[in-house]
Design a protein around this ligand. Structure first.
Ligand SMILES: [Zn+2]
Length: 199
């Protein structure tokens, strides 16, 4: 391994902790940062600290927010009886961009992954159940990604929520198998949500 000056080495090691960033990319980014104007480097550092200090989870939908409840949960023009369950905050942003859904959300922050020890408690499913009952939710759209893990989680959720007598639906298969909602175009998301079917 190449030996960099301590400060640079420290930056490379921190960047390597980011998803999808290997040693080579981390070094390239680090060298770019060394060449950055000081002002830009300070803005980048401040932006990272800001998201850590200012963002928290909405106590209702668990989306990332600067105010609790989040703006989506506070919006009284939205349908309070429809709930869309997604894996990550980025999925909420993608669905909002599509304009196809006007209800509330619930963010799981992952999928069930027994091999990694991720169970129903980690996804706060008891809280989801409570919201469905207390908010008198009439439809739950299970919009986990159409991946193996996302489909398994959807199946688990449908069994988990069925006893509550709520209408359960899943976006139509217009969503490509194995794809991530986060990277899909708004038109595909809108079509698949419009054509959602019962689970
Ligand atoms: Zn919220």
């Amino acid at each position: 391994m190449k030996s960099y000056p301590g400060a640079l080495q420290g930056l490379v090691e921190q960047l390597m902790k980011l998803p999808g960033i290997g040693r080579k990319t981390a070094a390239r980014l680090a060298f770019h940062m060394v060449r950055m104007p000081g002002e830009d480097a300070e803005k980048l550092a401040a932006a990272i600290i800001n998201v850590k200090n200012r963002l928290a989870l909405c106590s209702f939908c668990q989306n990332l927010t600067e105010s609790d409840p989040c703006p989506l949960c506070r919006d009284t023009s939205r349908d309070a009886h429809q709930l869309c369950v997604v894996e990550y905050p980025a999925d909420v942003a993608s669905i909002e961009n599509s304009g196809a859904f006007k209800g509330r959300y619930f963010v799981l922050h992952g999928t069930l992954a027994p091999m990694q020890g991720l169970g129903p408690d980690d996804l706060r499913l008891e809280k989801l159940r409570r919201i469905v009952v207390e908010q008198k939710i009439s439809e739950v759209v299970i919009a986990t990604n159409p991946t193996v893990e996302g489909n398994a989680t959807a199946l688990f959720l449908s069994r988990f929520l069925q006893p509550l007598g709520v209408h359960l639906s899943r976006p139509a298969c217009g969503l490509p198998v194995g794809a991530d909602l986060e990277y899909m175009d708004p038109v595909t998301i809108r079509k698949s949500l419009d054509g959602r079917g019962p689970l």
